[in-house]
Design a binder for this molecule. Structure first.
Ligand code: PEP
Ligand code: MG
Length: 900
């Protein structure tokens, strides 16, 4: 309610002060942007009649203005603040600066979103040499009054006067020592009083002025300190790390003090309306009798349980609040219910009990684990508190990672050696091995191993499969190791730059420590941490809530979700996680299988087409079998198979010993093998003889692959009666002509196979769009291609011109310096690469209306990139199997956001 005078003021000048409590409401409407998070919720709680000590909020707009005006306040603010103080005086019946019964206030910061511990707070403001005597008389507790005064001087000197707080702590320690005390609680009224004298002396010495005695000077000092703390270095760093804009500003909340330290009917505590670790619908919290809030935080005394059940479960003795203060507890429980119903979310609450009366000091949405987030969302929807769609919108898709993979036991100690990139989530421990063969051998013997490589290549695939986790010194988030590990669901830390590997000596040096083969190492692919020794892990629990939320997500999702998978096992995992098809089967991975690599090498070493065909004939039955198995697992769903993509030299050996072994196996001389390897050497293999360029020069390779696909499809059609739906995809196309040539190969093989077998299946031939030219010429390319799949790994690499394998070495700096908001290999560079995708989608559709559009780069599992795909109207995203649930949830959230 505004008085006439105030109403006229608010029409002539911006209102900077909003009051709350005592039935007064200035219409801030719980606006977080204006009042900050804390202020908005104090206002909100007061508005619904909860017991909130009266106060007022100076808006974030004032903070911004304070900075733009060079640290001065507008004239009108003085009157507004005075009016705010008068409001508190009116409600409490106490006067600010009154010698008989003084009003004390707290002055706290409160940004739009909470920045824990980053900004300043001053408590017990309003005490001076005279009011302290009044407080002692009015409260009947001299010790309390002098303790409050010394706390105030200490805090004010630190926060507002910026004096060395060590000097104050030291003085307290000396005072206790002199008396032979160990605890603050042993200090008497006289002891505190003496310390106050000491503290005032310290202020005069360090500040060259006496401690401010005028309560209004104290107040304005504190207000400016809170505004000032917005620009403190630590707050700036926090904002940068959490992407909080610097121009948001903080609000200042001035509120009547309530005291939890006024004897045994007083207390202070923090509570969550549901368990933030498990999500269980049970109150969870701690409280301390006869204490102030900072005592709980500072850990000076051990807090006690809030509920009897929690105390009994822990086998603790001191009474819970439910037992010690049953009436106040019942009131608190009632408030919890009201708050949850009002804010429709689990709340994190601070409260104080002053002589039996409950006061609410703060409420906000509580932080929670992924498991709790899931349970709370599902429970609240079932309770009717929120809708199913709101439940879907509330769970952070990225947090699902925590649930789908084993995680490190949070209680276990860790000896962290270094940190690399969190390339593939989950945690694993095992013996260090330095090569894939050893990994496989030791795995067969039943050992858990961690494969440690400078970087991995497709040749290491069997070792990666055998390993529990993978650690590489080089490579970014889309390096081979990262992509393959994610696909397999293996934890992986890549690009751990401080790692130096000596393969010959089979040792590893990290930050001055040396580890050898067989030593135990733990990696956490969710954080990038590398630890010595074994750290126990906790297995994921895919409880019912997960399935329920996923089903709700699927109801609102428009984008289809497919998986990048190339083994029957990966396909099964993906299907179990809800994949609606395979969006990318990278056939090269099949070539590395021990049973085929010899034939692959024979094909590469052949010096004529005839010789190559002989080798390819050996590969055909193996490939056919691969595809048949995948079609079986994915029955009824589309499967996109990409023809061979990597440059051929990746399949040849590297080291001397390997050359000899391979030459023996292939029946050729070592020299001939080396010569061929030298011929195939490329300076820039990523931009070299790969993708459809292989099909142009060696059409017989793609012919064999196409034949394997069609023969497999017909086998499955005959066996199950249901025809698979192959989508054959040509990689690295830049021109329409390339695709024409490749499609002609596929179509002619299809014709042959269908004639031979007297049966046929439907199929599509499409292309990856992973080169800028392909995106630009998408209109023409769509005349031939029946679908597009955006290969955003290569498209990012070729658009920005940053090698995906070398990016790890410097991209973090690019992100730190704000050149990219996020690693563009992780989250689509919407402005650049995104524009090419939009353009290609538009041009492709213009030629072939309704052309199927998908994305199969690593971005297909990244929620922000999925939101972009939804906006662009793609048909599906394809992600590694373990990211399929994340993609389903992110796609649902993107659809909901788009609806708005
Ligand atoms: C891509 O480039 O985005 C893609 C999916 O292909 P690959 O990662 O195999 O090059
Ligand atoms: Mg590619």
């Amino acid at each position: 309610m505004l008085t006439m005078e105030e109403a006229s003021m608010s029409t002539t000048a911006t209102r900077y002060v909003y009051r709350f409590g005592g039935g007064v409401d200035d219409g801030g409407k719980g606006d977080k942007n204006l009042l900050g998070g804390k202020g908005a919720n104090l206002d909100g709680m007061a508005a619904i009649g909860l017991p909130v000590p009266p106060g007022f909020t100076i808006t974030t707009e004032m903070c911004t203005r304070y900075y733009t005006d060079g640290g001065v306040y507008p004239e009108s603010l003085k009157a507004e603040v005075a009016n705010g103080i008068a409001h508190i005086e009116g409600v409490t019946g106490k006067k600010f600066g009154d010698k008989a019964d003084p009003l004390l206030v707290s002055v706290r910061s409160g940004a739009r979103i909470s920045m824990p511990g980053m900004m300043d707070t001053v408590l017990n403001l309003g005490l001076n040499d005279e009011t302290v005597i009044g407080l002692a008389a009015a409260s009947g507790d001299e010790r309390f009054a002098w303790d409050s005064y010394r706390r105030f001087i200490q805090m004010y000197s630190d926060v507002v006067l910026e004096l060395d707080h060590g000097a104050f702590e030291e003085a307290l320690e000396i005072a206790k020592e002199d008396q032979g005390y160990t605890l603050d609680t042993e200090m008497t009224a006289a002891d505190w009083k003496a310390l106050v004298t000491e503290y005032k002396g310290l202020v005069s010495k360090l500040w060259n002025k006496p401690f401010p005695q005028d309560v209004n000077d104290q107040l304005w000092g504190a207000i400016s300190a809170v505004f000032g703390s917005w620009q403190a270095d630590r707050a700036k760093v926090y904002r940068r790390l959490n992407s909080i804009p610097h121009d948001w500003g903080t609000a200042v909340n001035v509120q009547a003090m309530v005291f939890g330290n006024m004897g045994d009917t007083s207390a202070t505590g923090v509570a969550f309306t549901r368990d933030p670790a498990t999500g269980e619908n049970a109150y969870y919290g701690e409280y301390l009798i006869n204490a102030q809030g900072e005592d709980v935080v500072a850990g000076i005394r051990t807090p006690q349980y809030l509920t009897r059940a929690a105390r009994e479960r822990a086998g603790a003795k001191p009474l819970s609040m439910e037992e010690a203060m049953p009436e106040t507890y019942a009131e608190l429980a009632r408030v919890f219910q009201i708050l949850e119903t009002h804010y429709r979310d689990m709340q994190d609450i601070e409260f104080t009990v002053q002589q039996g009366k409950l006061w609410m000091l703060q409420t906000r949405s509580g932080k929670r684990t992924a498991k709790a987030a899931l349970k709370i969302a599902v429970d609240m929807a079932n309770e009717g508190l929120i809708t199913e769609e709101e439940a879907v919108a509330r769970v952070d898709p990225a947090a699902l990672d925590q649930l789908l993979h084993p995680t490190l036991d949070p209680k276990a100690p860790r000896d962290v050696l270094t940190k690399g990139l969190p390339a593939s989530p989950g945690a694993a421990s095992g013996a260090i091995v330095f090569d894939a063969d050893t990994a496989e051998r030791r795995n067969e013997l039943g050992d858990s191993v961690i494969l440690v490589r400078v970087e991995t290549s497709p040749e290491d695939i069997h070792g990666m499969h055998a390993a529990k986790g993978i650690l590489t010194a080089r490579g970014g988030m889309t390096s081979h190791a990262a992509v393959v590990a994610r696909g397999m669901g293996r934890p992986c830390v890549s690009g751990a730059g401080s790692l130096s590997i000596d393969n010959a000596a089979k040792t590893l040096r990290i930050e001055g420590r040396t580890l050898k083969e067989g030593d135990i190492l733990t990696i956490d692919g969710s954080t990038g941490e590398v630890m010595a020794g074994e750290v126990p892990t906790v297995q994921p629990e895919l409880a019912g809530d997960f399935g329920i939320l996923m089903a709700w997500a699927d109801k609102v999702r428009r984008l289809k979700v497919r998986a990048n998978a190339e083994t029957p096992l990966d396909c099964q995992t993906a299907r179990d996680f809800g994949a609606e098809g395979v969006g990318l089967c990278r056939t090269e991975h099949m070539f590395f299988d021990a049973a085929r690599i010899t034939a692959v090498r024979e094909m590469i070493l052949a010096d004529s087409e005839k010789g190559r065909r002989v080798a390819l004939d050996k590969l055909l039955p193996e490939q056919r079998d691969d595809f048949a198995q995948i079609f079986m697992v994915m029955a009824g769903l589309p499967v996109t198979i990409r023809l061979l993509d990597p440059p051929l030299h990746e399949f040849l050996p590297h080291g001397e010993a390997e050359f000899e072994e391979v030459a023996r196996a292939a029946g050729v001389g070592v020299e001939a093998l080396k010569r061929r390897a030298a011929e195939l050497h490329e300076f820039n293999p990523m931009l070299g003889h790969r993708g459809c360029r292989l099909g142009v020069t060696y059409p017989e390779i793609y012919e064999m692959q196409a034949r394997a696909i069609f023969e497999a499809a017909l086998i499955i059609k005959q066996r199950s009666g249901e025809a698979p739906i192959p989508e054959i995809m040509i990689p690295l196309v830049a021109t329409k002509k390339e695709l024409e040539l490749m499609k002609a190969i596929v179509d002619s093989v299809a014709k042959q196979v269908f004639e031979e077998q007297g049966a046929s299946v439907d199929y599509l031939v499409g292309t990856m769009i992973e080169l800028p030219r392909a995106a630009l010429k998408a209109g023409e390319i769509a005349e031939v291609g029946e679908f597009f799949s955006f290969g955003t790994n290569d498209l990012t690499q070729t658009t920005i011109g940053i090698s995906r394998d070398d990016a790890g070495r410097f991209l973090t700096q690019y992100v730190d310096k704000g050149i990219f908001a996020r690693d563009p290999f992780v989250s689509i560079d919407v402005e650049g690469v995104g524009e090419l995708i939009e353009l290609a989608a538009e041009r492709g559709r213009a030629t072939r209306s309704g052309i199927k559009l998908g994305i199969c780069g690593e971005h297909g599992g990244d929620p922000a990139s999925i939101a972009f795909c939804e906006k662009t109207g793609l048909d599906y995203v394809s992600a590694s199997p373990y990211r399929v649930p994340i993609a389903r949830l992110a796609a649902a959230q993107a659809a909901l956001a788009n609806r708005k």
